[in-house]
Structure formats: C-alpha cells, structure tokens
Design a protein around this ligand. Structure first.
Ligand code: SAM
Length: 282
C-alpha cells in the first residue's frame, strides 16, 4: 500500500478507462512497480515533476508517494480526469492536471525549478519529446533529469556506444549533454494490455555543460548526414557539407574512409568545431 486510494484495477473499472490503442494506452497497474520507477527519478522532495501521460495515475501516485513537491501532469484523454482528480484530492495542492496534447503545451509557466521529468508515454510521442528536451540551443535545459519508459530497442539506441548496431544520432544527442542509463527492464506482462514489445526505463541526467564544445546546429547537421547514410564512408556521406571535408576529417583524426558508427562523440564534436571554423574563414 503506497496510499489510501483504490487499487488501479478498480479505478479503471470505476471510470470505465478501457485502454485505447490510438492513444498508445498500456497501463501500469502495480503500484509497487510505479513506485520503483518513481524512485529511479531521483530525490523528488524539493522538486517539481512534469509527468506526461498519467492515464489512470499509477506513476503519478508513485511520484507523489515518493514525496514530489508538486506534480504537473499533462494527459490527452479526458476520460482519465476523474481518476486524476481523486489523486489530487488525496494530495492537496501537490497535483495539477492539464488536459491536452503534450506536444502542443508549454508546461514551463506551471513549473518551478528544480524540475524533473518522468513519463510512461506512447513510444512515438516519447521519442519526439525526448529529442525536443535534448536539443534546446542553450544548456543547461529547464530539467534536471528525465526518467522515461521506451521500447527496449529505443532505450538501447539512447545509451549505445560506438561500434554497436544501435549507435547513432540518438545516442550522440543524448550523451553529448547528458548521462544516459537504462535503469529498469520491463516485460510485456507488466502492462495492461500487454504490448508486443519489451520495455526499458532510461534515466538521463543533464550535465552542467556539454561533454565537448560544439555548435548544436552544426553537430546536428553532421550527425544527420553521417547516419542517414550509415553504410557509406564519411567522405561520401559528408561531401555536401564542405568542399574540403576530407582534409577536415583528417585534422580531426577521422579516416575519411571510416563509417559513422566507428566515430565517437569526442571526434564528432571536433569535426563540428573544425567545420564551423572552416565555414567562418570561408
Ligand atoms: N502513465 C500511465 C501508466 O503508466 O499507466 C499511462 C501510460 S500509457 C502508455 C500512455 C498515456 O499517455 C495514456 O494515458 C495516453 O492517453 C497518454 N497520451 C498519449 N498521447 C499523449 C499526448 N500527446 N499528450 C499527453 N498524453 C498523451
């Protein structure tokens, strides 16, 4: 028992919250499990937590039971609002719910730093939000940490190291300005209804500054071009970025015949700096 609210199965029956496939609804009904996920989000006591897609509120209850100062929950499905209202009554002044699409809503007006983000979201929305949270122009971002559920393969792409099949743009984006770790694995049966895929929780902590200096737009352009054609040699995939790309690669200790997946973050950042400089000096 983490609170005095009804079990999630009863909440779902009471409010007729049958899962809708088009909203990516796969609910977590075990409050011990949602509390465990909430614990992975770090010390919540002095933090505001942004939760996207609370649904019937299993993770929301975990976050509040773990002591979150305030939870702002954004949920698209209006059917979930009565269940969330019950939770708000049990934790007076600590839960605010916004009914809407997280891709459209700017939550910042409702949050006070320090801010952590936690979510079990449909995977397509999760990846889109992750990329937005990782790519602001200025760093550090508005959040301290992200604790997010993903399809296992996506979690592996976020935390992948050079040389592996999963290594690509998402790994570089995530690891350039954050620490990223898989902290939990969940089988399909952890969810109701059970999805076809395995899942994993990724915890990302924002670094105070990027691991290596680079212009975010230039780095994004390079990694985009390099991994869009990941089977090609870099001298070919990056040809369009600068007429002298081969010599720029060489100055960064990157063989022009190498493929993107062999190159680590440090050398991609060096290449971004060299390209910025070459463009500036014309
Ligand atoms: N967090 C709950 C749990 O763990 O049981 C629900 C998880 S379910 C995978 C995803 C939730 O996100 C659903 O409640 C769904 O209605 C909501 N959702 C889907 N798309 C959304 C969006 N664009 N903005 C906000 N919520 C969304």
């Amino acid at each position: 028992m983490i609170d005095n609210l009804p079990p999630l199965r009863d909440v779902i029956t009471m409010h007729d919250l049958r899962a809708k496939k088009q909203l990516g609804q796969n609910f977590l009904l075990d409050l011990n499990l949602t509390s465990k996920i909430a614990r992975q989000a770090g010390d919540l006591k002095d933090c505001d937590v942004l939760e996207i897609g609370p649904g019937p509120g299993g993770l929301t209850r975990g976050l509040l039971a773990q002591g979150a100062r305030h939870v702002l929950a954004i949920e698209k499905d209006p059917r979930a609002l009565p269940a969330l209202e019950q939770i708000a009554e049990a934790y007076p002044g600590r839960l605010t719910v916004i009914n809407g699409d997280a891709l459209e809503i700017d939550p910042l007006a409702h949050l006070t730093p320090p801010i952590r983000i936690a979510a079990n979201l449909p995977y397509n929305v999760g990846t889109e939000l992750l990329i937005r949270w990782l790519t602001p122009r200025a760093w550090p971002p508005f959040w301290q940490s992200l604790t997010l559920m993903f399809q296992k393969e996506v979690a592996e792409r976020i935390t992948a190291k050079p040389g592996s099949k999963a290594y690509g743009r998402l790994a570089l984006l995530a690891q350039w300005r954050a620490d990223a770790q898989i902290v939990m694995h969940l089988p399909p049966e952890a969810f109701v209804p059970a999805p076809k895929v395995h899942s994993a929780v990724v915890h990302l902590t924002a670094l105070p500054e990027p691991r290596f200096p680079a212009d975010p737009a230039v780095l994004s352009q390079i990694t985009g071009a390099a991994f869009n054609q990941r089977r090609k040699m870099l001298r070919a995939s990056l040809k369009g970025l600068h007429p002298g790309i081969e010599s720029l690669l060489l100055t960064c200790d990157i063989p022009p015949t190498a493929r993107a997946e062999e190159i680590d973050l440090e050398r991609f950042c060096a290449l971004a700096r060299a390209l910025s400089e070459a463009r500036a000096t014309g």
